[in-house]
Design a protein around this ligand. Structure first.
Ligand code: KG4
Ligand code: ZN
Length: 375
């Protein structure tokens, strides 16, 4: 069993599933609010910018080079000795397998050297439970995860108890932002640059499709919208700054509208299935949740449907290790970890999984293609 000194649990978290190398120490004293003692994130944006997207081999190499120092920094910032942590938690999937191997192997080495239990954490569970770290939210609630690799709405019923209600049938939303940016000659990462360009644009100039809007199937789709953007850009070429701004504004308007519609359906379903939840909540996570217009559209939808809208601070919405450490704490408290003691924990033999749906029951909507991987 994992020891609980003074009923305080401290977990070292490690995250390397994409292009952030991150480590963090999170503490929970029973009866108190959880505390993020440190949260160190090194972004690889510059390494990948020249390629217009994340290059897996470059990412894995950068994780190898940085991770030791990041773990040391997270321990030092938190004022915690390795000997004082109760467990080490690392992202074991889904994500780019090279990075996952680096993070999980490092965690295995650190945990076995220090005689600590190891927890292999699902990255999506980290996102799903963050609102309990930041806002003390009670189960059940709905999560909208919108990032470069994921676009899904998940019912969060408890630790390890998730049901996917909607997913993308093609591209992830962040991917659609990044591809739109690329088509328009805007720099990587695309999302923030599309948002910036859209500020001066006319959202009504291009009547882009609102994919799946009104459909009884709850899922998302962004591939058709991407094609519509390409056609508009080709027709208007050579593009002036005004054309780019108008396309970005029209794209963002279409996305916000489609998202609000899709989310609205799931809010209605939640209301119908959980009548006794007095203050239902929608939580957003993922890089795209930083987009102000999307946030406003979601907030309006929540207000209309009588839901609380919970957006954790930006640095905890995007990839980080505090959410991984926290998921470790949640698992320890739920009795889902460390049953066999250090060294015998099944996490030590866990093999990283590039695909690892939160909800193992729901079949993938898109076969075995690359895009289906994280979704
Ligand atoms: O969660 P995240 O940092 O990393 C993962 O994909 O896991 O999300 C990154 C994605 C990228 O596709 C990026 O373009 C998008 O989030 N993004 C945005 C904004 N900021 C980041 N998309 C739209 N508007 C933004 N302001
Ligand atoms: Zn993520």
């Amino acid at each position: 069993m994992i020891e609980r000194r003074d009923k305080m649990i401290r977990v070292l978290g490690i995250e390397t599933s994409c292009d952030e190398t991150a480590a963090s120490v999170v503490a929970l004293r029973e009866g108190s609010e959880p505390e993020i003692l440190s949260n160190v994130v090194l972004s690889q944006i510059e390494e990948h910018a020249a390629f217009g997207g994340v290059v897996p081999e470059i990412a894995a190499r950068a994780h190898v080079e940085a991770l030791d120092g990041i773990v040391e920094a997270a321990l030092a910032d938190s004022g915690t000795e390795l000997a004082e942590v109760d467990a080490v938690a690392a992202t074991a999937g889904p994500g780019l397998v090279g990075g996952l191997i680096v993070g999980l192997m490092t965690a295995k080495a650190v945990a076995s050297a220090a005689g600590k239990p190891l927890l292999a954490i699902n990255h999506l569970e980290g996102h799903a439970l963050t609102a309990r770290l930041t806002d003390g939210l009670d189960f059940p609630y709905l999560l909208l995860l919108v990032s470069g690799g994921h676009t899904q709405i998940v019912l969060v019923r408890g630790v390890g108890d998730y049901q996917r209600w909607a997913t993308t049938i093609d591209d992830a939303l962040g991917e659609a932002f990044d591809k739109t940016a690329k088509m328009l000659g805007l720099p990587y990462p695309g999302g923030p640059n599309v948002e910036k360009a859209a500020k001066d644009g006319d959202p009504r100039r291009f009547g882009f499709p609102r994919p799946m809007k009104g459909s009884a199937q709850p899922d998302f789709s962004f591939a058709g919208l991407k094609t519509a953007v390409r056609q508009a850009a080709t027709a208007a070429a050579p593009l002036s700054d005004k054309d780019v701004a108008d396309i970005c504004a029209s794209f963002q308007a279409a996305v916000s509208d489609a998202l609000a519609d899709r989310v609205g359906r799931c809010l209605a379903r939640f209301r119908a299935e959980y009548r006794d939840v007095a203050a239902p909540a929608l939580v957003v996570a993922g890089g795209v949740a930083a987009n102000r217009e999307i946030r406003a559209a979601l907030e309006a939808q929540c207000a209309k449907s009588g839901f609380r809208f919970i957006a954790p601070p930006h640095e905890l919405c995007t990839d980080n290790a505090a959410m991984i450490a926290w998921a470790g704490i949640e698992r320890i408290r739920a009795g889902l970890a460390g049953k066999d003691g250090p060294g015998k924990d099944e996490a030590f033999s866990f093999v990283p999984r590039s695909r690892w749906p939160l909800d193992e029951v729901s079949a993938p909507v898109v076969g075995s293609g690359r895009r289906g991987a994280k979704a």
